[in-house]
Design a protein around this ligand. Sequence first.
Ligand SMILES: CC(=O)CC(=O)SCCNC(=O)CCNC(=O)[C@H](O)C(C)(C)COP(=O)(O)OP(=O)(O)OC[C@H]1O[C@@H](n2cnc3c(N)ncnc32)[C@H](O)[C@@H]1OP(=O)(O)O
Ligand SMILES: NC(=O)C1=CN([C@@H]2O[C@H](COP(=O)(O)OP(=O)(O)OC[C@H]3O[C@@H](n4cnc5c(N)ncnc54)[C@H](O)[C@@H]3O)[C@@H](O)[C@H]2O)C=CC1
Length: 296
Amino acid sequence: MAFVTHYVRRGFSSSAVRSVVIKNVTIIGGGLMGAGIAQVAASTGHSVTLVDTSDDILKKSVKGIEGSVKRVVKKKFADKPEAGEELIQKVLQNVSTSTDAGLAVRGSDLVVEAIVENLKIKQDLFATLDKLAPAHTIFASNTSSLSVSDIASSTSRLDRFGGLHFFNPVPMMKLVEVIGTSATSQETFDSLMSFSKVLGKTPVSCKVRFTIIIVAVSCHASKEDIDIAMKLGAGYPMGPFELSDYVGLDTIKFIMDGWSAMDPDNPLFAQSELLNKLVAEGKYGKKTGEGFYKYK
Ligand SMILES: CC(=O)CC(=O)SCCNC(=O)CCNC(=O)[C@H](O)C(C)(C)COP(=O)(O)OP(=O)(O)OC[C@H]1O[C@@H](n2cnc3c(N)ncnc32)[C@H](O)[C@@H]1OP(=O)(O)O
Ligand SMILES: NC(=O)C1=CN([C@@H]2O[C@H](COP(=O)(O)OP(=O)(O)OC[C@H]3O[C@@H](n4cnc5c(N)ncnc54)[C@H](O)[C@@H]3O)[C@@H](O)[C@H]2O)C=CC1
């Protein structure tokens, strides 16, 4: 572990703040987001351990990382194939995998959690890791919709806990939302901001909402018409149904159910029969080959 001292402006005054230099990162969850976060962390020189529940899933994650970094290289190093090959090798060397989260966090400066969007499961994971990770290790959740304070409450390191909300696809999307709870220390917050910048991202401190997706799944026009309207009329790169398939309908349902539980009378969060049906049939979107649209 190392510290740097730098100056931040808060209001009209500046104050010296230390932030943890993050070198070793454990990422829990090797799905869409975890694999993407592992890729960008590895390509910016971090030593990454990617954790999931089985070796088969992890093999798929690493294959996905390799495929994605090759896409980046094809664009970025079109004229410099050797530099491109070097980056591919660097990423693959910097990523190791494990099915033992407790073991993986032992040498970590930062743990980023990107598992299923379920409060109890995230709390249980962090409660276990809290007992095993070194005292200095910062914990961060990539949650889309849950309260970071609620997740952190299962640990005894409230000051070293925050949200790091990346966007999908992680290698392409520049934004990272850094979320500090009322208990997050300034040092932790600054460390998460610095880490995001080192990854080449633009960190901001704010909350996220998916009103467009929610309005779309509750709406009665055809999905094709809504997607075309949002792309051609509003300049969105993907329409809300395409984007829902891209995010994962299982994740969208976790988010909507969570908000519905918090605000049951809000018609925006009313159950969508179509969404429920697709999820019940295992049609989660692009990752399973079918969601609102078919991808096979
Ligand atoms: C749920 C949450 O909590 C928060 C969220 O993340 S919400 C989701 C936020 N994300 C968005 O809104 C994404 C909206 N979509 C987009 O920005 C774009 O459609 C996109 C960047 C995903 C793809 O770009 P595109 O131009 O539409 O399509 P596409 O031709 O597939 O990609 C262009 C290039 O981007 C790059 N690219 C796209 N996806 C990539 C990936 N996963 N890895 C690496 N490179 C990628 C590649 O260079 C690709 O070129 P090749 O196909 O030749 O490899
Ligand atoms: N899909 C998206 O566009 C975005 C998702 N998020 C958030 O990121 C998190 C992950 O989402 P995705 O990557 O899309 O999900 P995903 O379903 O693609 O991947 C989740 C992975 O976590 C693994 N996992 C589940 N429980 C685990 C445990 N206890 N220990 C280790 N691994 C475990 C699963 O096997 C799976 O591989 C969620 O909180 C989601 O809300 C945030 C931004 C965008």
